[in-house]
Design a protein around this ligand. Sequence first.
Ligand code: TMP
Length: 218
Amino acid sequence: MFITLEGIEGSGKTTALAGLVAYLESEGHVCTVTREPGGTTFGRRLRSILLDPDSGDIDPAAELLLYCADRVQHVRKVIQPALAAGRIVVCDRYMDATLAYQGGARGLGMALIRDMHQLVLPPLQPDLTLLFDLDPRVGLARAWAAVEDGERHRRESRFETEALAFHESVRTNYLALAREAPDRFAVLDAAAVPEKVLRQIVDVVLPRLPEPLADSFS
Ligand code: TMP
């Protein structure tokens, strides 16, 4: 089973991910926990370029190519092998992020993003996508507080420096993607307290879970 988490900056998905994985493991599931960008050694190098404000004004198409390079490596080296081994893959961001950010907010268009994916990747869709929906004003305030508190490195704040309108666009794009694929997406109220967010997650994940791997109890 392949689960992805998506949302604007500061939507709390990374915190919720830890709770989701703890829950899955307590139910006897074996998880591979990963993220984009940065789920491989190569990807971590790309991540440091993509998220660093010192990378400057990256052309949207150049940005897209780096996210795709990260994803190709990640899908082939991490996600596909883990799924083939029967593990639950929990991934902090995946293709919908490229659609929402590069396709929508950066203006490259959804068709180009879908064509690019088709060209270089196997047709691997998540079984479930958790969308952490939140007012970007709240998300950005949380994200900057995390930078100020040292929970997130300043070198990873390139997207946080984008204007509010950019983040509004990302949110709108995510919600449109969720409407297009209601069976795959679960839209969560990310303004709720962490325990309530986790409750929402468990409610949507529980009915979809496969049987735990037989050897996971050994
Ligand atoms: P995060 O690890 O905090 O979610 O940061 C990743 C950043 O990269 C976030 O601002 C969204 C952005 N991003 C894209 O623009 N396109 C993508 O395809 C992915 C995976 C992330």
